[in-house]
Every structure is written in C-alpha cells, then in structure tokens.
Write a protein that binds this ligand. Sequence first.
Ligand code: SF4
Length: 180
Amino acid sequence: MNAVVMAGVNDDELVDLARAFALNDSIEMRYIEYMPFEGNHWGERLRMFPAEAIRARLEDQLELEEIGLAETARVYRVRERNGGAFRGRIGIISSMTEPFCATCNRTRLTADGHFRWCLLDEGEIDLRGPMRAGATDEELSRLIEDGLRAKKPGHAPAEELVALHQGASHFGRSMIRIGG
Ligand code: SF4
C-alpha cells in the first residue's frame, strides 16, 4: 500500500495508515516522499514531508526496527509501544532526501518503445527503431545495458529538478507520459 506524504495534508495520518493496513494483515505500508513532477505544485501549494520526519512521526507511537533496503524502500518491522507486533511491515521511500539510486529498479518502457533508466532523468534509448530494423535479442539487451550504465549515482538537487520540470518545453516526457 503506497501513500505519498505531503506536509500539512496527510502527515498527521501516518500512524493511522500503518494501523489500518499493516497491524492485522501482512501488508507493507509504504510512505513515499513527495517528488517534483511537471505541474504537481511541489514546494508551492504542496510540500514534501521528508523521510526523517516520517520516521519520527511514526516513532512517536510505534517502535520501528530496520530490516534493510529492499530495492526502492527502506523496510522496517513494527510494533506498538506496548509490545503488540504488526503482521505487516513499514517501508519508507526517500527518493528526495536519502536517494537509493544504486538499488533502484524503476525503469520504464514508454508506449513508443523508448527505454528509460530513471524517472528523474530525461535520458532514454530508442528500442523500437532497432527492433523494426531487425535487431536481435542480444543487440537489444546491449542497448538496455548501455542505458543502465548511463544511470547517474544520484538525482539532481530538488531545486534543479523543480526548475527542470517547470520548464515544460525542456522536460519532454512528464511522469504522466511515462507512468509512475
Ligand atoms: S533518481 Fe532515478 S535511479 Fe534514483 S531513485 Fe529516483 S528513479 Fe531511481
């Protein structure tokens, strides 16, 4: 279960969400830092609630024990402060303040056949053209590997991402076009 956390909107509901979904069911309740994408008012009307604050808010009432990093989320076992263990777990996705690019697997294939290796990078490689020209599976694999090698160790600072995403002509494919 995913929840994007926004300051002043739902940051007072984090413990309620954990209890609603992860207390009695083996569901992973995931909290996601709000990221800047074209037209989503990041930093204006809607503000990010950082991972450190998410953890602190949860730990006001719950005990978290870190299990480790699972691809895109830092995962925790959780229990009530009076000792009752949750059946489910908690995950925190801290793309903005504690990025996890080295283990991130959020790649995308766009509807027009381009491979993208990062949601916050405009880089992409055309696979449709080579496919139509008869490329073999091995050749397509090599193109995909080339793309993965182009992945940067981290994304640009938040201010740069906002500027990039607000300059719509520069930002060719918004999140809406590539899918979250
Ligand atoms: S910036 Fe790109 S590689 Fe890093 S976590 Fe976000 S989507 Fe993944």
